[in-house]
Ligand binder design. Structure first.
Ligand code: ARG
Length: 272
């Protein structure tokens, strides 16, 4: 064997020794991980499902140059995660998909300005009420007096979010022509471009949009709802999480934190 032959033999040997080491290491790894229960607990994750089109509840805001999901629902979610010793992961999803995501276990909880309806209570676990707000009707400025009562909305073109209780309210208005859209911002655009004449939304959301969007106003019409107040959803049967959620909510309400979060988020939503 010449010099090169010996050298390549040596390299081959070295390579097989290295390979052997590698496979030994790999075999040890899973044992190491399962043996480390402390780390697994520290990595506990709570996945929030929300539809972040809903200022001041949940919305996108550029903070320090970074697109961030903020809002008072998000503040509440952070407190729940902190009380559990978990890290919060936020998934921004279409509103009408949220309860399915919950039932299939792709998210752990839904905080999204969710109103408690009997059908939802049937499908998922619902928490205690953490906040209440009224419904409002939003129209173009010139139509403010025309749509001053709920009766005046009969036959009107109304834009609402798919799967929301506002969709049900609008369905109850005689002759109304409904346009169901995935995002509140899309409804606002339809209003601006005369494709719909009115929209029904939560009062705080309506206020936030009319502050930021020129030419839109809230009318004196007052939609009546039976399901007032907002709740948090968890997967049906996940009583452990539901108890944790209710415990944190009770604390936040007692400490006046929810009202503080609402005020701060409203300010943030209205700031440029
Ligand atoms: N409160 C209404 C409902 O539960 C609308 C909620 C919409 N939420 C949202 N993040 N877009 O149906």
């Amino acid at each position: 064997m010449n010099k090169w032959g010996k050298l390549s033999m040596g390299l081959l040997l070295a390579a097989s020794v290295l390979a052997g080491c590698g496979s030994n290491n790999n075999a040890n790894e899973p044992a190491k991980e399962t043996g480390n229960g402390g780390n697994a607990a520290a990595a506990k994750k709570l996945i929030l499902g929300t539809s972040a089109d809903f200022p001041p509840y949940e919305f996108h805001k550029v903070i320090d140059g970074k697109d961030t999901i903020v809002g008072f629902d998000i503040d509440i979610a952070k407190d729940i995660a902190a009380d559990m010793g978990a890290t919060l992961e936020i998934k921004d999803l279409p509103f009408d998909s949220l309860l399915n995501e919950l039932s299939s276990g792709r998210v752990d909880m839904v905080i999204s300005g969710l109103s408690p309806t009997p059908e939802r209570a049937e499908a998922v676990g619902l928490s205690d009420i953490y906040y209440k707000a009224e419904q409002a009707v939003v129209v173009r400025e010139a139509d403010k007096d025309k749509f001053a009562t709920m009766d005046s909305l009969k036959g009107a073109k109304i834009g609402i979010q798919t799967g929301s209780i506002q969709e049900d309210i609008a369905k109850g208005i005689e002759g109304a022509k409904l346009t169901s859209l995935g995002k509140i911002s899309e409804i606002v655009m339809q209003l601006q471009s005369n494709r719909v004449d009115a929209s029904i939304m939560e009062g705080p959301v309506a206020k936030s949009f009319v502050k930021n969007v020129k030419g839109l106003v809230i009318t004196d019409a007052k939609p009546e709802v039976t399901d007032d107040g907002y709740v948090i959803g968890v997967k049906k049967g996940n009583d452990e999480l539901l108890n944790q959620v209710n415990t944190t909510l009770a604390r936040l309400i007692k400490e006046g934190k929810v009202d503080q979060y609402v005020a701060a988020a409203s300010e943030l939503a209205e700031a440029e």
